[in-house]
Design a binder for this molecule. Structure first.
Ligand code: GTB
Length: 216
């Protein structure tokens, strides 16, 4: 039996691959694990059947036999632990890769999401023009630090790992903002990750959902 993940039946990002099922799809593609997808509407996400899988009524979830997981970080970590390809064999290198996963989720993603949410829900507020530069400053702080650490390397710590997958995923939400382009090594890092065949397969699979939902 393949694991089953959930994803938006109709993603608000209109096929751009920004919803968090994308990082799970990408991880599964990287390790060569086939998977099934159950598409859910916003209404279905509030129903008891989905809340039994995800207490906060969100996507993605992950089901494999008796195991039910939510939180993209926990799901990615589980996939990376169970399969070769996303975490190094060496114990210390493995711990560092996990550290980058946490850094992506706890240190880099929050200011990016805060900025993104402001552009969606605060655009018509009186404070928006004043607040946006503050939020973008916080994003720039993190991108600058990450850029300094990455330097000329291809990946954050040796070979591509779950840490890179998560870090690239969180930065993708800045697409169209122009912020990543201020750090050419980060822009190249994201492009390098997006050129991976596993990423392309994952992207195409979620894009096919958008095409189908739009009647294409
Ligand atoms: N911490 C959780 C995780 O990492 O799994 C967060 C999960 C989460 O935020 N899920 C979102 C969700 O289910 C979808 S991915 N939202 C519905 C709800 O809360 O009711 C976040 C997302 C949504 C849309 C875009 N977009 O349109 O660009 C990007 C990202």
């Amino acid at each position: 039996m393949n694991p089953t993940i959930t994803a938006f039946k109709s993603s608000p990002d209109r096929g751009k691959g920004l919803a968090r099922d994308m990082r799970v799809r990408w991880a599964l593609e990287e390790v060569g694990q086939a998977y099934d997808v159950r598409l859910v509407t916003f209404a279905e996400m509030r129903e008891p059947a989905h809340l039994a899988l995800h207490p906060f009524g969100q996507i993605p979830t992950y089901e494999d036999g008796d195991l039910v997981l939510f939180e993209s970080g926990a799901i990615l970590f589980h996939i990376a632990e169970r399969h070769a390809g996303l975490l190094p064999a060496d114990a210390n290198a493995r711990a560092r890769a996990v550290t980058w996963m946490f850094a992506a989720l706890s240190t880099v993603e929050p200011p990016i999401v805060e900025r993104s949410m402001a552009t969606i829900v605060e655009r018509d507020k009186s404070w928006y023009e004043e607040r946006l530069p503050v939020l973008e400053g916080r994003v720039r702080d993190r991108l600058g630090q990450l850029s300094n650490r990455l330097g000329d390397a291809d990946w954050l710590d040796g070979a591509f790992s779950a840490g890179d997958l998560m870090m690239v995923s969180v930065m993708q939400r800045l697409a169209g903002s122009g912020l990543v382009e201020e750090y050419p090594n980060l822009a190249a890092y994201i492009a390098r990750a997006e050129a991976r065949p596993a990423y392309r397969r994952a992207f195409d699979a979620q894009y096919a959902v958008f095409v189908a939902a739009s009647g294409g």
